[in-house]
Design a protein around this ligand. Structure first.
Ligand SMILES: [Fe+2]
Ligand SMILES: [Fe+2]
Length: 399
């Protein structure tokens, strides 16, 4: 049975939650605390799978509580319930909370968020990797891009397009800004899949506070994992995004799918960044061994960690509440045959874009590049399209 902890200083809210979620009591062990101190005391005695906390509480507020939970119990999923007037407070939560729900929240919405988060917990079998991903507040970003972003934001009249462009070149910044804008807090009817749209929706002031004061974009330390270069990964990821979008365009997909393809391409190897920054020494070993034994990196990861960078990356993005097609494309980019979606999908586009990106600009010549799953593409009736895609992607990179 999964253990849940609800925290709110208003006893009426807690009673309401208890009443609304009553039908779930056979499946969930639900606990209630009247404040931060009581919540931490409970957690010191019982392991908790998910904590759902109010934001505005006297003494310790939701942001402080979740920061403390992150430190003491990094494996617990952290959800905040916050009122709409508290937009400023939201900026303080982009680090410690995985998901933000707006108050008042109906029982179905809350139940769905919890069910999704719990299902995820079982997806990534390896406890250590789960803890590694759950602990992450923000992903390391490229210092050069962060410098460009700061410079643009400090201008008298910064260009929104330029800011969108800078963010779209960085895996960590893109993931973070899409987490925020797609959170239930903003209640968008359709998810946003494009970094520029996210900047427009949030507004320059919010983006400025996020980038300059909230410190959500941390810098990557290149010395940590010697076999891994974030610079190289960022370029590969951007190329993969462009090519995945190109492939989808050649398949005459609608704009929404094109955006999903670029975004999933940009984020497809985010798991490598998580592993390289979280377990630098072991990840160096993985890369060295992949080269020595001529095996794909993701297979060596599965052997050593019990999960691949695709699994870990998808887990983090799901935890952050990114749209489902993106998560699936990231999870299956090496194994598109395992996709549940029938026919062409962003996962197919990213799979092909990744292979072409490796073909046209090799990133590590010692490690074997990924190969197209031609059997699966043939089963989808797409085998005849491969050479057209390849030629089209080549043109894209030469343009
Ligand atoms: Fe990959
Ligand atoms: Fe890749």
């Amino acid at each position: 049975m999964k253990t849940l902890l609800f925290v709110d200083d208003d006893p009426n809210v807690l009673q309401g939650l208890q009443r609304q979620l009553r039908p779930m009591r056979q499946e969930w062990d639900m606990n209630f605390a009247g404040g931060g101190a009581a919540a931490l005391a409970f957690m010191a005695m019982h392991p908790v799978d998910i904590i759902i906390s109010d934001m505005m509480m006297p003494g310790m507020d939701g942001s402080q509580l979740l920061s403390e939970v992150l430190k003491r119990h990094p494996q617990t999923v952290r959800i905040i319930l916050s009122g709409h007037a508290e937009r400023e407070a939201l900026l303080r939560l982009v680090g410690p909370a995985h998901q933000y729900l707006s108050k008042p929240c109906n029982a179905d919405e809350l139940r769905l968020a919890i069910v999704r988060a719990l299902a995820l917990r079982d997806l990534l079998g390896n406890e250590r990797l789960k803890q590694l991903a759950t602990r992450i507040k923000n992903l390391p970003t490229l210092p050069a891009l962060q410098g460009q972003l700061t410079e643009e934001l400090r201008k008298d009249s910064p260009s929104t397009e330029r800011i969108g462009e800078i963010i779209a070149r960085d895996i960590g910044m893109t993931a973070k800004i899409l987490q925020l804008v797609n959170s239930a807090f903003f209640g968008l009817a359709q998810p946003i899949n494009n970094p520029l749209d996210a900047v427009i929706y949030l507004g320059l002031n919010t983006v400025r506070s996020l980038a300059l004061s909230a410190g959500i974009f941390s810098q990557y330390d290149q010395k940590m994992c010697r076999a891994f270069s974030l610079d190289v990964l960022a370029r590969h990821s951007w190329t993969t995004g462009v090519m995945a979008r190109g492939v989808a365009q050649m398949q005459h997909q609608e704009l929404r799918i094109l955006e999903q393809c670029f975004l999933s391409g940009l984020l497809h190897d985010v798991g490598q960044l998580i592993l390289a920054s979280g377990l630098p020494e072991e990840y160096t070993e993985v890369i060295v061994r992949a080269g020595r034994e001529s095996l794909p990196v993701w297979q060596v990861e599965r052997e050593i960690f019990g999960a691949s960078h695709a699994d870990v990356g998808a887990y983090l993005l799901a935890l952050w509440g990114l749209p489902n097609p993106i998560i699936e494309a990231v999870a299956k980019h090496h194994e598109p045959a395992q996709c549940v979606a029938p026919g062409f999908s962003p996962a197919i586009a990213v799979h092909a874009g990744d292979v072409f990106a490796h073909e046209f600009s090799a990133i590590n010549t010692e490690v074997p590049p990924p190969q197209l799953d031609t059997v699966h593409l043939a089963a989808l009736g797409l085998a005849g399209r491969i050479e057209t895609w390849r030629a089209g992607c080549k043109e894209l990179i030469e343009a």
